[in-house]
Design a protein around this ligand. Structure first.
Ligand code: SF4
Length: 247
C-alpha cells in the first residue's frame, strides 16, 4: 500500500468513528498566522511547553494559565520574580509544574530579547534560511527556549503554521505498525515519511500531522487498538502479527 492509500484509509476510519473530523481538519487546512501578534506567538510557545500534559486538562485550565501569565504579555512575565513563581506554584487553578512555570518566565525574557533584536517574532522566524536551522535554534539545549525539546519543537512549528510533521510517539507508533519505518527509525526519517505522505495527498503537512496524531490516539491506540473498526486492518502488519499470535 502506498502512502496515499494509507492516508485515505486513516481518514475514512476517523470519519467512520469520530464526529466533527472534517471540521477539525479544516482548522489546519486554513490555519494562518498572517495577523498574529508577538503575544500570540508567546501563547503558542507556552502551549508547546505545557504539551505532554493531557490535552483535556490543558484546555480546561488554559483561561487560568492565561490569567496567571498576564494574558501572555511577555514583557510583564519577563519581570516575574521568585515570589511570583511561588505564588504560581500554589495556584491550584493552573498546572503547578515548577519546571514549566520557570521555563515560561525564561522564555518571556528570550521573547523580549528577540523582539528587541528583530523587531517582531515573525521577523525572527523569517531570518532562518532553512527549517533545520530554526528547529535547532528553538530548542532549549541550543540556548533557545526552555521546555522545548526534540519532539515538542515540532508541535510548536505546526501550531505556528510552519509546514512540517511532528515525529511524536503517536505518529511513530502508526508508522511502525503499518510497516513504514523500523523500530530504530530516527526522528528525521519519521518527518521525511510524513512529509512525503503530505506531498502525495497534496495536503498541508500540519493537516496530515494532525490526522496522524488523531488516528494514533483515537484508533490505533497503544493499548487495545480499535483494529475491528479500522479500514487498514487487512493490510496492517501489526494486526496480522497480533492475529497470528492469538490463533
Ligand atoms: S494496529 Fe489496528 S488500528 Fe492500528 S493501523 Fe493496524 S489495524 Fe489499524
Amino acid at each position: 500500500m502506498d502512502k496515499k492509500q494509507i492516508y485515505q484509509l486513516m481518514l475514512k476510519t476517523l470519519r467512520n468513528n469520530i464526529s466533527n473530523i472534517d471540521k477539525e481538519l479544516k482548522y489546519y487546512h486554513t490555519l494562518s498566522t498572517e495577523d498574529w501578534t508577538d503575544k500570540d506567538y508567546f501563547e503558542t510557545l507556552t502551549r508547546a511547553v505545557f504539551s505532554g500534559i493531557k490535552n483535556g486538562i490543558i484546555e480546561k485550565r488554559w483561561p487560568a494559565i492565561s490569567n496567571a501569565f498576564s494574558g501572555f504579555d511577555f514583557h510583564k512575565v519577563a519581570e516575574y520574580d521568585e515570589e511570583k513563581v511561588q505564588e504560581l506554584i500554589e495556584n491550584k487553578k493552573i498546572i503547578r509544574h515548577e519546571g514549566k512555570i520557570k521555563a515560561t518566565i525564561f522564555n518571556a525574557k528570550r521573547m523580549v530579547e528577540i523582539i528587541g533584536q528583530y523587531g517582531s517574532f515573525k521577523n525572527y522566524l523569517n531570518s532562518f534560511p532553512s527549517i533545520d536551522g530554526l528547529i535547532e535554534k528553538l530548542q532549549g539545549y541550543y540556548s533557545g527556549f526552555k521546555g522545548i525539546g526534540e519532539r515538542n519543537v515540532y508541535e510548536l512549528l505546526k501550531e505556528i503554521s510552519i509546514q512540517t510533521i511532528k515525529p511524536d510517539r503517536q505518529v511513530q507508533k502508526v508508522f511502525l505498525r503499518l510497516g513504514l519505518i523500523g523500530e530504530k527509525a530516527s526522528l528525521e526519517e519519521i518527518v521525511e515519511i510524513g512529509m512525503a505522505m503530505a506531498k502525495e495527498v497534496n495536503q498541508r503537512p500540519c493537516a496530515v500531522d494532525w490526522l496522524l496524531w488523531r488516528f494514533g490516539s483515537e484508533v490505533c491506540k497503544t493499548k487495545n487498538p480499535l483494529c475491528d473498526k479500522c479500514s487498514l486492518a487487512e493490510s496492517c502488519s501489526y494486526r496480522r502479527n497480533l492475529t497470528a499470535i492469538t490463533k
